[in-house]
Design a protein around this ligand. Sequence first.
Ligand SMILES: [Zn+2]
Length: 321
Amino acid sequence: MHRNRWFIIGPCAAALALVIGLRLAMGQASVTAAAAGKNDPAAAVAAVKPNDGKLRIIAFGAHPDDCEIRVGGVAARWAAQGHHVKFVALTNGDIGHWSQAGGPLAQRRLKEVQNAAAALGIQVQVLDIHDGELMVDLETRKTIVRLIRDWKADLVLSHRPNDYHPDHRNTGLLVRDAAFMCIVPYFCPDTPYLNENPVFMYYYDRFTKPYPFTPDVVVSIDAVMDRKLAALAGMESQFLEGGCCPKVKAMPTDREAGLEKVRAGFSARFKQTADEYRDALTQWYGRDKGTDVKYAEAFEVSEYGAKPDPKELRRLFPFFD
Ligand SMILES: [Zn+2]
């Protein structure tokens, strides 16, 4: 009787010991692998850029309309040459209307930027962060680093960190803080790092403290102005209906007249950019062509990314003869 019991218990104990032993061995193995990975430079993988001879540009905006306003024209020009352009809105725009809000508005604005992207020939992504609540935190910085790395960007664009709107300002800070981290292998080691820091540049703005915007490149958007205006006019929640502006109390009664007013307003805005930076336009295009440019977009180099010389800027902005 006792002998039989031991015959039964014996194999069970052996099996249990085997399982415990295997688990211990596996645990040790995974700990060893983690330790090795942490100290082995080969464990972090560098990104490999597609060898298609095309530029890769990623532009960040705080809301689903900022990139379209600030770089929509040049984006269309890059896309027309086959270069790869992506817009990313860091918030979903869900408070960006005086009479609508929440999920339905976020969905509406997503559709608007998707339509604009199709018109411009680019890609677009909207992050699901509430409008007005963008914070400069570690997780969002990591998200931006991963997006820049995944796009294998040559050029990164964003707001400057000085701006009236906290989401714009925080977008500028987040992208600035991502600049160096793109090339650090063990920051976000789950995403292949970039071997070379991209060039980081800012959009034009009119803020002057602590220092005013200084353009390093000014580009004519005359050839694509109709497409840019069509893309912007199609974002009706913002420009036809007034966006979040509390002064707007009613929808326009004459839709066509309202859209024409939107197009006229943006035409004046980008004509003003060309007029303000006429000297830079003549430097980039020569006197005759520079004088003739009617509409323009302007960009300033950030000192935290790669430092492009004029030749590199001409490679990144291949629009000058
Ligand atoms: Zn905005």
